[in-house]
Write a protein of this length. Structure first.
Length: 133
C-alpha cells in the first residue's frame, strides 16, 4: 500500500506513529464494512463491472498519491507532503463516510461508519496540524 511504501521513508517518528494508526483504522474499517456489506447487503451479488470500475478509480487515485509522495521525497520534503496529502485523503474519506451514513437505513452500517469517522477525525486533526520542522 501507499502507506507502507512511504512510511518507512518518513523522518519524523511522530508522523510514522500517525501513519501506523491510520493503517490500523483503515484495516479495521475495511474488515467491518466488508462483513456488513456481505451480511446485510449480499455484496457477493454486486455488479462485477461496477466493482471493477471502483477498483480502477482507486488504482488511479493511489498512483497519483504515490507520484506526489515520490516527488516530495525527491525534493527532501516527504514528511510535509505526506502529512498534507493524507490529511486531504482522510478528509475525502470522512466526506464519503458521512454521505454513506446519511443515505443508509442500516443501523449496523451507520454504527461502523460512526466508529470509523470518530477515529479518522482524530487522525485528520493530527495530520492536518503536523509541522515538519
Amino acid at each position: 500500500t501507499v502507506i507502507s511504501d512511504f512510511s518507512k521513508r518518513i523522518k519524523s517518528s511522530e508522523l510514522r506513529s500517525m501513519s501506523t494508526s491510520l493503517n490500523a483504522v483503515l484495516t479495521e474499517t475495511t474488515y467491518s464494512l466488508t462483513t456488513i456489506l456481505e451480511n446485510d447487503f449480499g455484496s457477493d451479488n454486486a455488479d462485477k463491472p461496477a466493482k471493477e470500475e471502483i477498483a480502477t478509480e482507486e488504482e488511479k487515485r493511489m498512483e497519483i498519491l504515490s507520484n506526489d509522495l515520490e516527488t516530495g521525497r525527491l525534493k527532501g520534503q516527504l514528511d510535509r507532503v505526506y502529512a498534507s496529502d493524507f490529511a486531504y485523503e482522510i478528509a475525502m474519506l470522512l466526506s464519503l463516510e458521512s454521505e454513506a451514513s446519511a443515505k443508509t437505513d442500516k443501523d449496523s452500517l451507520r454504527s461502523a461508519l460512526k466508529t470509523s469517522s470518530d477515529n479518522l477525525e482524530k487522525l485528520y486533526e493530527q495530520f492536518n496540524s503536523f509541522d515538519a520542522k
